[in-house]
Design a protein around this ligand. Structure first.
Ligand code: F0G
Length: 456
């Protein structure tokens, strides 16, 4: 086995530049806020050499497969394994990695029955090192931050970005600053940032307020921002889709369904799909659809009321705190990839989210509330006929079950919703609940409990 990262003879890592998504201006370097110097819109990373001749798709597939038995750090990463389609590094051995990616694609047989879809899978990004999809983006962005010579990185977060950033910064010997909305992120996520040594500020505002402040801060202080406005994050997150296609034998599913918050992840997945088709890695595009919580539905409203042309921000409120975002930064990128892939956008209620989360849990898989919007959304898309029963669907589960135990326990104890909120779903929810029982420590008490459950 090679001690050095392996490369195919005729494929190199990709030379890249930054391109404004609005005016198309191209830049060799990006400013601290990752915005276009001409019009102020977001930048994306492009690979101009691919226009002339992209890398050979069969060579890429063979190279990536070969790396699965390599022992060097960059090959063991499920992100850097695909480095020919990522921005090029000065040196492969500089990567900051926790062996992110390499996440499972599970069959969801019970949920398939519930939704009526024949072939339903879950790409579980909650199986990443810090428990969320953020790690795939963070390994790339943190590596470039260190390569650029920064001593501080920073992010605004609903919890997962901060946990991930703090871990990668610590691994890379860089200090990290976290801005989170006070009282609005789960303790698990907050505890991760603390344990990994981040300087953590709980601000008396919401996520959107934290992000606004960070945008100003990075223009004043030498802090490298690691929110998904940073296009290096999205490059890393692209690998979720590449790895998924590899797991499916390069046969695209009909639909990919992803939760939407700040809309970086959907943009990254869409970019990957479009690039994979351009490079000849896949022959057609799956439809990429985004699901939001009803109380944080800026993209839904932007598409329905604004025709996808202007953002309609909302005052966000949802128990799925990871996606409690009202002013999504990457909305334009997301609109573009939904239109390009023929996907759609839907919203789901708090009860629908909780029910779907319990259903995914009952498959022995589990996820955090924000991830469960995907299953709840799929039910709606099947009813609407947008997803056909014989089609193959992949749900992207973005966060681990252990990320938000308070939500799970409140649900099972029946304390998450009021009687009225349960509404029509009362019986379905009751069937899913498994409240813990406090009993005397006697055999009779435990046998009695078993009998009651059996008889119910
Ligand atoms: N699912 C989970 C578990 C998340 O943590 C997030 C976002 C999303 C979905 C939405 O992804 O923002 O790319 O559309 N969490 C961010 C954070 C905002 O700070 O952890 P998105």
């Amino acid at each position: 086995m090679s001690p050095h990262p392996s490369s195919a003879a005729d494929v190199r890592q990709a030379e890249f530049h930054f391109r404004c998504i609005e005016c198309g201006n191209v830049f060799q370097t990006a400013s601290q806020n990752f915005r276009c110097a001409s019009c102020g819109d977001l930048l994306e990373i492009n690979f101009p050499a691919w226009k002339k001749s992209g890398p050979n798709p069969e060579t890429l597939k063979a190279t990536w497969l070969k790396r699965r038995i390599s022992t060097c750090a960059a090959d063991l990463s499920g992100v850097w394994r695909f480095r020919e389609v990522l921005p090029s590094l000065e040196n492969d051995e500089q990567v900051i990695t926790l062996r992110e990616g390499n996440t499972p694609l599970y069959e969801l047989t019970q949920s398939a029955r519930i939704t009526g879809v024949k072939h339903l899978l879950a790409k579980h990004q909650g199986m990443n090192p810090t428990g969320s999809f953020k790690d795939t983006g963070m390994t790339v962005a943190a590596t470039f931050a260190r390569q650029a010579g920064f001593h501080w990185v920073g992010c605004a977060s609903t919890g997962n970005t901060s946990a991930s950033m703090a871990a990668y910064a610590a691994r890379g010997g860089v200090r990290s600053l976290v801005l989170v909305p006070e009282g609005k992120i789960s303790w698990s996520k907050l505890s991760q940032a603390l344990d990994y040594g981040a300087v953590t500020c709980q601000l008396r505002t919401d996520f959107d307020g934290c992000l606004r402040l960070l945008q100003e801060l990075v223009l004043r202080a030498p802090v490298y921002q690691l929110n998904s406005i940073n296009p290096f994050r999205l490059e890393g997150q692209k690998t979720l889709a590449i790895e998924m296609m590899e797991q499916l034998g390069w046969k695209p599913p009909d639909h990919i369904i992803v939760p939407g918050g700040n809309l970086g992840n959907s943009s990254a997945i869409g970019k990957a799909l479009i690039e994979m088709r351009e490079l000849g890695l896949i022959s057609r595009l799956p439809k990429l659809s985004v699901i939001q919580a009803e109380g944080a539905n800026a993209l839904v409203r932007t598409l329905r009321e604004g025709g996808g042309k202007r953002l309609i921000p909302v005052q966000a409120e949802t128990r799925a705190t990871a996606i409690r975002i009202g002013n999504p930064a990457s909305w334009k990128k997301a609109v573009h990839v939904l239109q390009e892939t023929g996907g759609t956008c839907e919203e789901v209620s708090e009860v629908e989210i909780a029910q779907a989360k319990a259903e995914i849990g009952a498959e022995g898989i589990g996820c955090e509330p924000a991830s469960a919007v995907t299953l709840a959304g799929l039910k709606k898309l099947v009813k609407q006929g947008f997803v056909q029963r014989e089609e193959t669907v992949v749900l992207v589960l973005t966060g681990n079950l252990l990320k938000d135990p308070d939500f799970t326990i409140a649900f099972h104890r029946g304390e998450l919703f009021s009687e009225e909120e349960d509404g029509d779903a009362k019986r379905a929810l009751a069937k899913l609940r498994r409240p813990p029982m406090v009993l005397d420590a006697t055999l009779d008490a435990v046998v009695g409990a078993l009998e009651r459950v059996e008889g119910s």
